[in-house]
Design a protein around this ligand. Structure first.
Ligand code: RTP
Length: 155
């Protein structure tokens, strides 16, 4: 059975500053590429504090919020928009549990991270948040609409 266009979602995936500093950018991007999702946007970006606060606004009452904002703004991040059938939930599976010590081997956090506060990558938690976050992190003109030649074999 081939999925229909209504099943296509978008997820905002971000390699956090520790992932960039540790040279894990290629490794992390390749996991989403190999799975068969489509890259629609990609940039290296120094995030201003206001944007980090807006992105994580649901967590603003948490005690770790100031540290989280310092972490996300401590160096460049890699912002990505990925598209595909079921990409939101699938990306969360590829990423693994928030606490890397609970993340299964084979997941990005399970293989590459130790601490919750240094968990190398972010992934949207719902299709609505995927759209919201992509609109927040990318400007008009920074996203590409394109058709991979292999697309019929990956859907
Ligand atoms: P993300 O949004 O980054 O994909 O992470 P998540 O959904 O797996 O986890 P969430 O609960 O939304 O937390 C967002 C990020 O905040 C940091 N965090 N630190 N106790 C702590 O120190 C703590 N808890 C969460 C992590 O970087 C987490 O990914």
């Amino acid at each position: 059975l081939v999925a229909s266009m209504e099943d296509v979602e978008e997820s905002y995936i971000m390699i956090k500053p520790d992932g960039v500093q540790r040279g894990l950018v290629g490794e992390i991007i390749s996991r989403f590429e190999k799975k068969g999702f489509k890259l629609k946007g990609l940039k290296l970006f120094q995030c201003p504090k206001e944007l980090a606060q807006e992105h994580y606004k649901d967590l603003q009452s948490k005690p770790f919020f100031p540290k989280l904002i310092d972490y996300i703004t401590s160096g460049p991040v890699v912002c990505m928009a990925w598209e595909g059938v079921g990409v939101v939930a699938s990306a969360r599976k590829l990423i693994g549990a928030t606490n890397p010590l609970n993340a299964e081997p084979g997941t990005i956090r399970g293989d590459l991270a130790v601490q919750t506060g240094r968990n190398v990558v972010h992934g949207s938690d719902s299709p609505d948040n995927g759209k919201r976050e992509i609109a927040l992190w990318f400007k008009e003109g920074e996203l590409c609409e394109w058709t991979p030649v292999l697309e019929p074999w990956l859907k």
